[in-house]
Structures are given as structure tokens and as C-alpha cells.
Ligand binder design. Sequence first.
Ligand code: DX5
Ligand code: ZN
Length: 220
Amino acid sequence: SREFILSPSLLSCDFGRMAEELEALEAADLKWVHWDVMDGRFVPNITLGPPIIGALRKTSKLYFDVHLMIEEPERYVEEFAKAGADMIVVHAEATNHLERICAQIKDLGKDVGVALNPATPVENIRYLIPQLDMALIMSVNPGFGGQGFIPFSLDKIKELAALRDELNPEMLIQVDGGCTPENTPELVAAGADCLVSGSAFFKFPPLKERHQVFKDAAKA
Ligand code: DX5
Ligand code: ZN
């Protein structure tokens, strides 16, 4: 089976010490970092954009997993690609031309992911699965960290895992929102390859030990 990936969400880090926080993630043996980009329209919150990501790209070797919670992401995927994103995830609900934007992201040489809000059926991305590097199941309503895991998300993970096994066994399944060491075993058993964690990770230093807790839970 695939190697478990923890992708810490920077939404829960100290925004005033971002360069140090990214260095700490590398020291804690993390390979991925999750950038939550919010525009105040698709979600009721505003965070950051390409200038910040580009600035941190200069010194970080982490794999930049960029989660675009923005309306009409087609307007900005090129800027995020140039800023140094490695994976660009767009929301199925944020664009009228989902297949075209996925092709555009691949043409930019980046890995491509599609995120589904809690109420959006997994079935909506059936025809895209063959061309996706990752699909993201939102297990909270997007916009904020520290929320509770929405229970029916587990059913969606299982449903997506069945489609993935049938249509694209290479595609990663990422779960984002309310992931903790306590629910990690069942999320991984349901088919998740990558878990995003913000509050359940950054609020429990030392980070290297906390990372190991998640890795041990993924093997449970
Ligand atoms: C929410 C973001 C998530 C969030 C996860 O809109 O997409 O990545 O930061 O934070 P926790 O792990 O605290 O739910
Ligand atoms: Zn996210």
C-alpha cells in the first residue's frame, strides 16, 4: 500500500514566523505542507496568495500542496504555478469548467487535485478520476481550522476509494478537516492516503513527536 502522508495545514501555524515554521516542518521529517488559500468569496475568510507562497518557496524544500478555496480558480492557477506550487487543488464547486482547469494545471507541469465540499457527491468527479493526481474530501465546511470532523465524510472516502481502485489506482485520496491521531486509523482503513492536519498538529508540539504519533496511528 502507499506510504502515509501527513500534510500540515499552515492555517494553524504562527503566520508571523512562517519561514521558521516551514523549517520546523522539515526538521520534523515532513515532506508535504498544505497551503490554505482563501479569497473571502468562495469561503468566508481571507488568508494569502501567490506572493507569500513565492517568498517561502525560496527557502523551503517541502512539497507545496496548495488548496485553492477561491472562486473561478482558472484566473490564478498560472500565478500559483509560477509561485512554486507543486500540487494545485481546485474546488469542483468553484468553476464551471472543471475538466479544462485540470488540463490547464497539468499543462503547467503541476500535480492536479480536485476538492469536494461536504455536500458534494463523489460521483461528480467520476469522469475526472483517470486524469487526477489527487482528490480531496473536505471533512469540515471550508474556511476555518479547529472544526469537528463531519461523520458522513467516512462514507465518501470509502465511495471514492472504490472509484479510485476501479478507475485510477495511482490517484491519492486526501482528507482535510478535523483529522486527528484518534480518527486516523479509520480514515486510512477507509482508503485515505494523505491527511491534512492543522489544529491537531500545530497545537501539539514537539512537532517531530506529533508527526510520529500520526504515522503510528496510520499503521494501527
Ligand atoms: C479548512 C482548510 C483545512 C483546515 C484544517 O478550510 O481547508 O485545511 O485548515 O484544519 P484542522 O485540521 O484544524 O481542521
Ligand atoms: Zn485545506
